[in-house]
Design a protein around this ligand. Structure first.
Ligand code: FE2
Ligand code: FE2
Length: 313
């Protein structure tokens, strides 16, 4: 998404917009907002919507192979939830001025982004556990914080999404526990999945924020509520024990709790890989986009039927 050349904002309107946000107020879709605010909200929510839609795919692959009927039913419900989140978010995003059809076209053509973690394969059943616990757990940090963002429709929809995400994490903890308490082969499979997913999950929060006028504006406007590293630390505090308490290993020899600073120290992940992946060069990017495109074409008749029904109505 390239930023539009916006006309300068009306200074009086900008001042009252900023005063409203500073006093804890929220902005509704029909209210006046600076073009930069509209652009940043749209970018954020569109990326979130894309990620929910693409994020359903790695787990979807495991629906036919889930080990029991109960696990299969729970997984179907979880995957459905994620697609539902995408629907809700595209609705919120389109009110910011970009039609849903264009957002989908941009996603399918690889012109818009989705979160790095959904560009990776889900090789084993243990990957499903890791995605549900740690990937949803990472997403929950960001989304939980954004419930207090200043754009009211996004904050509202996040309440429902977080409620369901919390359930996904609980579901994942149940799968994680049964593998961690399982046979040596199951434990090895879980450790292998943790080893492969750890770096993408650390990447998920993005590099440490550089102090900049842009970041300062995003924080002042409450489109960004916590810094990348605050969210990463929050995640580590909550989720590292879920690995170590089960006698499993975090695949980062530098990870350690710093009692004085009350934070985790960790080895810096490979940020070049992160850049490659979000540019669309991840191990599964092409295959997942191909699948989305195939389904989009296959379901063309449904859209046509809906359109003709609308015309008739
Ligand atoms: Fe979701
Ligand atoms: Fe989820």
């Amino acid at each position: 998404m390239t930023q539009p050349q916006a006309a300068p904002d009306n200074p009086e309107k900008l001042a009252s917009f900023e005063a409203e946000i500073a006093s804890g107020g929220r902005i509704e879709a029909g209210q006046w907002m600076p073009e930069q605010y509209r652009f940043e909200c749209l970018r954020l929510i569109q990326m979130h919507a894309n990620s929910e839609l693409m994020g359903a795919l790695p787990e979807r692959e495991w629906i036919p192979r889930a080990p029991t009927l109960a696990r299969k039913m729970a997984l179907v419900a979880k995957v459905q939830d994620e697609v539902g989140h995408a629907q809700l978010l595209y609705r919120v995003a389109e009110d910011l001025g970009k039609p849903r059809s264009r957002m989908i076209e941009d996603l399918l053509a690889g012109r818009s982004k989705f979160h790095n973690v959904f560009h990776y394969p889900a090789d084993t059943w243990a990957d499903v556990a890791v995605i549900q616990v740690f990937v949803d757990g990472a997403a929950m940090q960001t989304q939980g914080a954004l419930r207090s963002c200043s754009y009211a429709p996004y904050a509202r929809v996040l309440k429902r999404i977080c409620y369901e995400e919390d359930f996904h994490i609980r579901l994942g903890i149940d799968v994680h526990k049964s593998l961690a308490d399982g046979t040596p082969r199951q434990r090895a499979m879980l450790q292998d999945a943790i080893d492969r997913w750890w770096q993408p999950i650390m990447h998920f929060f993005g590099p440490r924020d550089q102090v900049s006028p842009h970041l300062e504006t995003m924080m002042r406007w409450r489109i960004k509520v916590k810094t990348n590293d605050e969210l990463r630390q929050q995640f580590l505090r909550q989720f590292v024990p879920l690995i170590t308490d089960y006698g499993l290993r975090v695949p980062d020899p530098k990870l350690k709790w710093n009692e004085t600073e009350q934070r985790y120290e960790y080895g810096e992940p490979d940020w070049e890989e992160f850049k490659r992946v979000i540019r669309g060069e991840g191990p599964k990017t092409a295959a997942r986009l191909q699948l989305r495109n195939d389904y989009w074409r296959r379901h063309q008749w449904v859209r046509e039927a809906m359109d003709s029904w609308r015309v008739a109505a």
